[in-house]
Design a protein around this ligand. Structure first.
Ligand SMILES: C[S@@+](CC[C@H](N)C(=O)[O-])C[C@H]1O[C@@H](n2cnc3c(N)ncnc32)[C@H](O)[C@@H]1O
Ligand SMILES: [Zn+2]
Length: 488
C-alpha cells in the first residue's frame, strides 16, 4: 500500500538549528522526472533522480560552496552541483564510476567527435556489412542483420531481423545457409576472468569463466575491431575525442553481449543487477548500436556543454579548487579522503544500500575490455562470497562518515538519501552516522519512485527510459527513509 501524500511530512529534531529546521520543513515531496541526457550516456546502477539532488544542492548550499560526495557513483551530485555553480568533490572507489563522471562533465568538441565517427564509419561500415550479411528474402540481395535471436541451449540462430539497403525491405526472416558468415580471424586481446562473486555465480556454473565468452564470436570481433580502430585514429583526432569514443564503445557493451534479449518488441540490454543469459538471447548489430550510443553521447554532451560548459575546470589537487578549478573526481576509498580537515561546506550523498547493488562485480563487465577492474576488498557492500556481512558494511559506512565529519566545516551538514526495505541495512546506516559523531536534524520521507525500479531502453529509439516497468515481485512501499538529514 502506498502512503497518502500528507504522510510524507518531515520529522524534524527540536534541537536542530533554526535555519536547518526551516530548510528541512520546506523540502516537501520532491517531484521527479526521467533522467536528463548526461545520465543516459552510460549505464550505472542505482542512479538517483537528478531533481532530488538539484533540490538538495540548491536548498542546502549556495553558489561557490564546496560539496563533497564520497559515494559519487553515476555522478548526479557532480553534474547537478556544477550546473548550480557549486564546486564539487566526487569520490568513488570504482574506476567505472570515475570514468563515467569524467566524461559527464568534461566539455566535448562535438565537431571533432562527429568527424571521428565519419572516419570510423569508412573502416567499420564495410566490415559490419560483411559480418552481419544475410540474404534478403525479398530481392535476394545482400541485407544486414540488425539483431539475431539465438537459442541458448544449442547456440543456434532462431530468427533474424534484417534491413535491406537494396530494395528497402525489412522484417523477420529465418536463418539460411550463407547468412551471418563467421569472422575468419580475431584481433588480439587479453582474456580476463570473471570474478567469483554473489552476482556472477550463474555464469560460473554454466562454465562461462572469461568475459569474452559472454559474446558471440561475431560480436566479440566487432567490439575488438572498433576498439582497435578508435585507438588507431590519428590527426586531427586528439586524446579527448578518442577517450569519448572509447566511452561510447563502453556504453555499447550493455547491449553487445549475450545478456541482451527481446522483451516484446523491445531490445533490452543488460538490465538486472546480476549476470544472466536468457534462454533466448540476442546478438545485436554492434556497429548500429555504437551509432545509437554516439547519438546519446552527443545529446548528453550538448546538454552539459550548454549548462556546464567551461565552468567545468578539473582540479589537480585540493588547493586548485580554492583558486581556478571547480571540481575534482577522485578514485579512492572514501575511508581515507585526500582532503584537508574542515574544508568542505556540505556533504551530499547516496551510500550503497547493503547488498542492493554489488557495483564492483558488475562494473568489471564494462572494464575488462580496457584492461581494468574494480577494487573489491575496499567496497562497502554486503557480499556473501567475499564474506562481507552487515558488520563489514556498517563499519565501512562509519569510517566514511567519520572522514566526512573530519572534512566538513564546523556546522556543515551531511545530507544523505537512503532507500532500503531491509531494516538491518537502514539500522546500520543510521547507527553509522550517529557513531561518526553526527547529530540527527531531520528526515524528509519521499515517495518511492516507480519509474526508477527498472528501466528498459529501446535500442532503435535512444537510451531515454521511454518505457518504465514496475515489477510486482519487488514491493517497495516499505521504504523507510529517503532524505535523512544530519548535522555536526
Ligand atoms: C548508491 S551508489 C551512488 C549512486 C549515485 N548517488 C548516483 O546517483 O549515481 C554508491 C557508490 O558507492 C561506491 N562505493 C562503495 N564502496 C566505496 C568506498 N569504500 N569508497 C568510495 N566509494 C565506494 C560504489 O562504487 C557506488 O558507486
Ligand atoms: Zn532486398
Amino acid at each position: 500500500m502506498l502512503h497518502e501524500p500528507q504522510e510524507y511530512k518531515p520529522i524534524i529534531s527540536a534541537e536542530a538549528p533554526e535555519e536547518l529546521k526551516e530548510k528541512i520543513g520546506k523540502l516537501g515531496v520532491i517531484e521527479t522526472s526521467v533522467h536528463t541526457p548526461p545520465y543516459t550516456m552510460h549505464k550505472f546502477w542505482a542512479r538517483r533522480p537528478w531533481r532530488v539532488f538539484r533540490e538538495l544542492i540548491t536548498r542546502f548550499t549556495k553558489p561557490g560552496d564546496i560539496i563533497l560526495d564520497p559515494f559519487a557513483g553515476g555522478g548526479v551530485t557532480l553534474v547537478e552541483g556544477l550546473i548550480a555553480r557549486r564546486r564539487v568533490i566526487a569520490v568513488d572507489l570504482n574506476p567505472l564510476a570515475v570514468k563515467i563522471m569524467k566524461h559527464e562533465v568534461k566539455p566535448l568538441n562535438m565537431g571533432l567527435y562527429k568527424g571521428a565517427l565519419k572516419r570510423l564509419a569508412e573502416v567499420i561500415e564495410p566490415v559490419a556489412s560483411e559480418i552481419y550479411a544475410v540474404r534478403c528474402p525479398h530481392c535476394g540481395g545482400k541485407a544486414m542483420a540488425i539483431w539475431t535471436e539465438y537459442d541458448s541451449t544449442s547456440n543456434k540462430p532462431i530468427r533474424i531481423y534484417y534491413e535491406c539497403p537494396i530494395c528497402g525491405s525489412k522484417g523477420i526472416k529465418k536463418p539460411e545457409p550463407g547468412d551471418l558468415p563467421e569472422p575468419q580471424s580475431m584481433p588480439q586481446f587479453r582474456r580476463v576472468q570473471i570474478p567469483i562473486g554473489d552476482k556472477t555465480s550463474d555464469l560460473l556454473k554454466r562454465g562461462i569463466r572469461f568475459f569474452d565468452q559472454l559474446y558471440t564470436k561475431r560480436n566479440l570481433y566487432m567490439v575488438l575491431r572498433l576498439k582497435e580502430e578508435i585507438e588507431r585514429l590519428g590527426d586531427p583526432f586528439d586524446e579527448d575525442v578518442k577517450s569519448f569514443l572509447l566511452f561510447t564503445l563502453s556504453s555499447t557493451l550493455k547491449w553487445a553481449s549475450k545478456m541482451s534479449h527481446l522483451r516484446g518488441s523491445i531490445i533490452e540490454g543488460w538490465a538486472i543487477h546480476a549476470y544472466w543469459i536468457y534462454p533466448k538471447y540476442l546478438e545485436i548489430n554492434v556497429w548500429k548500436q555504437f551509432l545509437n550510443r554516439a547519438e546519446a553521447v552527443l545529446k548528453g554532451k550538448s546538454y552539459t556543454n550548454r549548462y556546464i560548459g567551461y565552468y567545468a575546470k578539473e582540479a589537480r589537487d585540493f588547493s586548485d579548487l580554492l583558486t581556478e578549478a571547480t571540481y575534482m573526481v577522485i578514485q579512492a576509498d572514501a575511508r581515507k579522503l585526500p582532503l584537508p580537515s574542515e574544508s568542505v561546506d556540505a556533504v551530499i550523498t547516496d551510500p550503497p544500500y547493503g547488498d542492493n547493488v554489488n557495483y564492483a562485480e558488475l562494473s568489471d563487465y564494462f572494464l575488462w575490455l580496457f584492461g581494468e577492474s574494480a577494487p573489491k576488498n575496499e567496497e562497502i557492500v554486503i557480499n556473501r562470497t567475499r564474506g562481507f556481512s552487515i558488520h563489514h558494511y556498517q563499519q565501512g559506512l562509519e569510517e566514511v562518515f567519520r572522514e566526512c565529519y573530519r572534512v566538513l566545516k564546523p556546522g556543515g551538514a551531511l545530507i544523505s538519501t537512503f532507500n532500503s526495505k531491509d531494516a538491518s541495512v537502514v539500522g546500520a546506516f543510521v547507527y553509522s552516522v550517529r557513531k561518526a559523531g553526527f547529530k540527527f536534524a531531520g528526515v524528509s520521507p519521499q515517495p518511492y519512485l516507480r519509474a526508477y525500479e527498472t528501466t528498459f531502453h529501446a535500442m532503435q529509439v535512444d537510451s531515454m527510459p521511454l518505457i518504465t516497468y514496475s515489477s510486482s515481485t519487488r514491493v517497495r512501499d516499505t521504504v523507510i527513509v529517503q532524505g535523512v538529514l544530519l548535522l555536526s
